[in-house]
Design a protein around this ligand. Structure first.
Ligand code: ADP
Length: 393
């Protein structure tokens, strides 16, 4: 659709340039479309304004003859100063000028991806020669930042999944080969249970990936019901208790009486709490302490915000739940990244702990799906606190 509009624009531009050339033989208009009083000119303006892409029209010497507001914004130009100036002086980047120059001299369209200096943006530039380049060129500028981020995260996902699968598959292969050499029965038994563990790890990865993709594609509908928080916390603790006891960890829950109900999907938030408790126990050495607390808080209205709360938090009354451990902690540099898919602080450090690096990414989606936020504070070597907010019913 956009390319149809682009072609239409191109046809308009060619006719305008032609008209302008005829006129410039007798007079000097300030810039091309403004100087064309005919129907084409107003059609051109209407199309250029409605168009999502930036549009720059240059003459054969690559002097700017016209640009729309989108081009001005995308290329960070000053429109009043731009008309009549050379493209290189305006775009302050040889890449843009070289692309247009190539399109004009070769009489072929040229395309490239361009990252303006000092900006996080990715732009796709397409230079189309006008009348085989004899009339200059039309430069179309499209913001593809989001597209390239998507592309990068797709590539990262494939790389991460294959990395996560390679390790268990390699050890299964090794174990099977050893079993084929018929080791003594007790050794074979041990190997079989190692194989079962590796298969469990792969199954967990596949299940979490599936869940994440369901959540990300919006196919998980939350069943929001007013829910008392204390029993929810109690159930999560009961589920994690065997793991806590195995490591001799002490758990404390602090939930005041008469806390307002939370408006949540009980199963989903139960899953988030379980994940946080599971991590707390996984990353806390034997004999450590884990504490889970809940309280009602007011955000905004001059009330002090909980430590580290993201600025994007909505004001109002919320339930704040926190899970604190005195375990290995998280280095400051990693803290902001642990909610990313597959992010693990230090693979060597956490290898024995197991885990896919997907748990917190899923938790973030679920909490934000409720309108709340999840974040963490930590001191390496001393412990971590994970906070999450839930809407009050
Ligand atoms: P995993 O399946 O690896 O636990 P998560 O997404 O739940 O994945 O956690 C991501 C990473 O964050 C973990 O691998 C670990 O490095 C770090 N992490 C999470 N919770 C804690 C914690 N309580 N203490 C220390 N590090 C933690």
């Amino acid at each position: 659709m956009e390319w149809i509009i682009a072609t239409l624009l191109l046809a308009l531009v060619v006719s305008l340039v032609w008209g302008w050339r005829q006129r410039t033989r007798t007079q000097q208009p300030p810039s091309l479309p403004e100087s064309s009083p005919d129907a084409f000119s107003s059609l051109f303006h209407a199309a250029a304004v409605a168009f999502d892409d930036g549009l720059v029209l240059v003459d054969v010497d690559r002097r700017v003859r016209y640009l729309n507001a989108q081009a001005e914004e995308l290329l960070n130009l000053n429109r009043t100063m731009s008309v009549g100036q050379g493209l290189i002086a305006l775009a302050r980047d040889y890449q843009v000028d070289a692309l247009v120059e190539e399109a004009i001299s070769s009489a072929e369209p040229r395309e490239s991806i361009f990252q303006p200096l000092g900006r996080q943006r990715m732009l796709r530039l397409r230079a189309v020669p006008l009348d085989h380049g004899t009339q200059g060129a039309l430069l179309l500028v499209r913001d593809v930042t989001q597209l390239s981020q998507l592309e990068r995260s797709r590539r990262d996902l494939v790389a991460n999944v294959s990395h996560e699968l390679r390790t268990p598959l390699a050890s299964i292969k090794l174990l099977v080969e050893t079993l084929q050499s018929e080791p003594p029965a007790p050794v074979a038994q041990r190997m079989l249970s190692q194989i079962a563990q590796e298969v469990d790890a792969i199954t967990q990865l596949v299940e979490e990936l599936h869940e994440l993709s369901q959540i990300e594609s919006g196919r998980v509908a939350l069943q929001l019901v007013p829910t008392p928080v204390a029993p929810l916390i109690e159930r999560a603790i009961e589920r994690i208790r065997p793991q806590l006891e195995r490591k001799n960890l002490q758990i404390t829950a602090r939930v005041p009486d008469h806390l307002p109900h939370a408006l949540i999907d009980e199963n989903r938030i139960g899953q988030v709490l379980l994940n946080l408790l599971h991590n707390a126990s996984k990353f806390t050495p034997d004999g450590g302490r884990v504490t889970i607390e809940a309280d009602v808080i007011t955000i905004g209205n001059g009330s002090p915000a909980p430590p580290g709360m993201p600025l994007s938090h909505l004001p109002g009354q919320w339930l704040l739940v926190s899970v604190t451990d005195n375990g290995i902690g998280i280095p400051a540099n990693d803290l902001s990244r642990i909610f990313e898919r597959f992010y693990k602080v230090d693979r060597a450090r956490t290898r024995n702990a197991g885990g896919t690096g997907l748990g917190l990414a899923i938790a973030k989606h679920l909490v934000e799906g409720h309108g709340g936020r999840i974040w963490a504070l930590s001191v390496e070597g001393e412990g971590s606190t994970f906070y999450l907010t839930l809407p009050v019913s």
